[in-house]
Design a protein. Structure first.
Length: 510
């Protein structure tokens, strides 16, 4: 909307042809029509002088001038009694720093520089939390302002006509938490009795989390919760119905279903998380290898798996999860459907599907897995990747060999999503688990110790050592969850560990 100054003097009417439109910072249509400088009470820029006692680079912080006060309507309403309302008073505005000052900054003894026309008077009025006036500073006498000592600071500009006036509330925003850190904590502990549980895994149906457990008698149950809601609110356990017990380490979500390999080697699937049926008996299935996404080289995406054919583990694929065929790929220069000896069969990380990156020169989608158990029951630390034509092994030198590790695709900046991968290690060859996290910035081609290179991200205190969890990220607030797992005594746990990069928890104002 257009908001015109309430008063236009008779002598100013002849100057209408030279009117200037000063726009608010939020909408090109939010503007105030200024007839001339005689009744101009607008502030046009705000800056701070360097003061290392407040914070480093104080002068580099920029300020937004919201002339209409739409950025914080609650503040305008709460402080409505602090300015006069008459034909000469304009709508109050708000001045604020979109990028908050660092944690611990004390916004006092700050030299403020204002730009405006040629007003008759500029004063700072400062109030306590009850909106009782505590201090008045004439800007002509001093430009040093104390902000932290007062709950509200109002700037009043009186124009040269000594009648037109405008108020601005100046907010000095300061971060309340360290921005560049991930604080790890327990979202919940001991949610369920796990004393009889011998295996567990969590997967998703949409944003519904399905927490599966298997008891010593091979019976299986499932509980559900909302990934984007209260992560600690789980339904009561329901018995899973399936043609055979499901190898929970094989679970994979695709096309609105959760797939898994039964201990009878059939491929099973469910649409509700509870009732499972046979999806395919084409082969004797071993494990699922993820989803090869559609790209310019394939008409449609397809599901990849490992199946036993003629006593040999082979790659197979399916466009619908029901009909399967052998999938010949190039490995070490040889095209074959047979798995190489160093390829894991079980307990690798949940397969991660990555779309083709045409801008980065990649025309094919990829699947990545890390760690796992080989056919001879030894563990590996390697990452394996496929583009649908070949599988390539990337050996690791830092991350140890483990089974049932979990990986989340995270980000350090919303402009570069899913580029920072974090691994919560599973169970090592000696049966131990650890609280050490690992990271990769090249899709798992190389893994490094998180705390060594990003100390503020990798400090997991006070989390106890655990492994073999299921990992997810809440898409609404970028919060990481490591759900369940086992401790160093080999006991299954029903804890939820959570962490969130503080930068991503704050409003993205730029």
């Amino acid at each position: 909307m257009n908001l015109s100054i309430n008063r236009i003097s008779k002598t100013a009417l002849c100057a209408l042809a030279s009117a200037v439109m000063l726009s608010g910072c939020f909408d090109d249509n939010d503007s105030e029509t200024i007839v001339n400088d005689y009744d101009n009470a607008l502030i046009t820029s705000v800056s701070l002088s360097t003061n290392t006692k407040v914070c480093s680079n104080l002068s580099s912080y920029t300020f937004t001038i919201d002339h209409l006060g739409t950025s914080d309507e609650d503040l305008i309403e709460r402080c409505a009694s602090l300015w006069q309302v008459d034909e000469y008073s304009q709508q109050p505005g708000i001045i604020f720093n979109a990028d908050s000052l660092p944690v611990g900054s004390v916004a006092d003894s700050i030299k403020v520089t204002l730009s405006y026309s040629s007003p008759y008077k500029v004063r700072f009025f400062q109030y306590d939390s009850t909106l009782t006036l505590q201090n008045v500073t004439n800007y002509a006498d001093t430009q040093i302002i104390w902000f932290d000592d007062y709950a509200v600071t109002r700037i009043e500009v009186v124009a040269e006509d000594q009648l037109t006036n405008k108020s601005y509330f100046m907010k000095m925003n300061v971060h309340t938490q360290t921005s560049d850190t991930i604080m790890w904590k327990y979202a919940a502990t001991d949610l369920f009795d796990m004393s009889d549980v011998i295996d567990q895994r969590v997967d998703t149906l949409g944003t519904t989390l399905c927490w599966y457990t298997m008891s010593a008698d091979s019976s299986q149950q499932v509980r559900t919760a909302d990934l984007t809601g209260d992560i600690t609110a789980w339904s009561d356990a329901q018995a899973v119905t399936a043609p055979s017990a499901i190898n929970l380490g094989t679970l994979l979500n695709w096309g609105g279903k959760i797939y898994g390999v039964g201990y009878d080697k059939q491929l099973l699937a469910t649409t509700d998380g509870i009732a499972w049926s046979v999806a395919s008996a084409d082969y004797s299935f071993v494990n699922l290898l993820g989803v090869q996404l559609a790209d310019r080289n394939r008409v449609a995406e397809h599901l990849c798996a490992i199946a036993m054919v003629d006593d040999t583990c082979r790659f197979v694929r399916s466009a619908d999860g029901a009909s399967w065929q052998l999938d010949s790929l190039t490995i070490g220069g040889t095209t074959t459907s047979a798995l190489p000896a160093r390829f894991p069969l079980w307990d690798y990380t949940r397969p991660i599907s990555v779309e083709a990156d045409l801008e980065g020169g990649s025309t094919r989608s990829r699947i990545y897995i890390s760690g796992g158990m080989l056919a001879d029951s030894t563990l590996t630390s390697s990452t394996w990747a496929t583009d649908g034509l070949q599988w390539v092994e990337f050996t690791q030198h830092i991350v140890p060999a483990a089974r049932r590790s979990s990986v989340v695709r995270y980000q350090l900046d919303v402009d570069d999503p899913d580029s920072f991968w974090i691994m919560q290690l599973g169970e090592r060859a000696d049966g131990s688990v650890t609280d050490t996290l690992y990271f990769s910035q090249n899709s798992g081609v190389t893994w490094k110790m998180l705390q060594r290179e990003f100390y503020k991200y990798g400090d997991t205190y006070p989390i106890a050592q655990f492994g073999c969890s299921s990992a997810f990220v809440n898409p609404k607030n970028y919060r990481i969850y490591f759900i369940g797992g086992k401790n160093n005594d080999g006991e299954q746990e029903s804890n939820i560990v959570t962490g969130q990069l503080a930068n991503l928890a704050m409003d993205q104002l730029r």
